[in-house]
Design a protein around this ligand. Structure first.
Ligand code: SF4
Length: 226
């Protein structure tokens, strides 16, 4: 387990990201004030935790096989297939913990719930990005590269992929659990994987995909490599 260091610049960046999601400076002064109070409360009460482990990944059929189970995604398989120098799978979890859920219980007005919920979503995404940066630096130390991070439910990877991640990690050690619908608790938790290899020529599967109208597309107008 790693306890991410949340410095003062983090809070400014979190405020800016949350404000942007909520409509930018046009958000009412009252709700901007709510956001500032929420950030102060999160600073005092929320202790994010992250966890990761790295396993060997083997190509099997159109999937990626790991010790923890099969990553059933033909698009992530294509990404792994392009990797050079072996391929490993980094499993990751990032959570705000139940401190954030306790804060949410005190909010009754819908507009205030929305502000807090948006700030929490941005917060946990930023923590997951910090975890990926940590994994990238581990990879770099070994002369390797890393893909972007992908969560179950992304692209053609089914939500049941959560069970592979939970097989790989001792999620309970950071207070995270998975229910029978593959939904995680605490609510503000992000799970995912990233691929590692000597060379990862493509960081995202969208390079291979013609679906320009896909809402999850992480490329703009670049032509796909089919
Ligand atoms: S464009 Fe959409 S469907 Fe295609 S690879 Fe990217 S996320 Fe998957």
């Amino acid at each position: 387990m790693i306890i991410p260091e949340i410095g003062s610049s983090f809070w400014g960046a979190l405020r800016a990201r949350t404000l942007e999601k909520l409509g930018g400076p046009s958000l009412s002064a009252d709700l901007q004030d709510t956001l500032d109070k929420d950030l102060e409360a999160m600073h005092a009460l929320v202790r994010p935790r992250v966890l990761h482990t790295i396993q060997e990944g083997r190509l099997a059929g159109r999937n990626i096989q790991t010790q923890a189970g099969i990553i059933g995604s033909s698009m992530l398989f294509r990404l792994a297939h392009g990797c050079m120098g072996g391929c490993s799978v980094a499993f990751m979890l990032a959570t705000l913990g139940d401190g954030f859920d306790r804060l949410c219980r005190d909010r009754h007005l819908l507009s205030r719930q929305l502000v807090l919920d948006t700030a929490g979503s941005e917060f946990v995404e930023m923590v997951a990005d910090m975890l990926l940066e940590h994994l990238e630096s581990l990879a770099e130390d070994e002369g390797k590269q890393c893909s972007m991070r992908f969560s179950p439910g992304y692209c053609d990877w089914d939500l049941s992929g959560q069970r592979v991640i939970f097989n790989a990690l001792d999620a309970g050690s950071i207070g995270v659990s998975l229910n029978s619908y593959d939904v995680m608790k605490p609510a503000k938790t992000v799970s995912g994987i990233a691929l590692m290899a000597d060379v990862v020529p493509f960081k995202i599967p969208c390079h291979f995909c013609p679906r320009q109208d896909c809402p999850w597309r992480r490329l703009s107008s670049e032509r796909p490599i089919l």
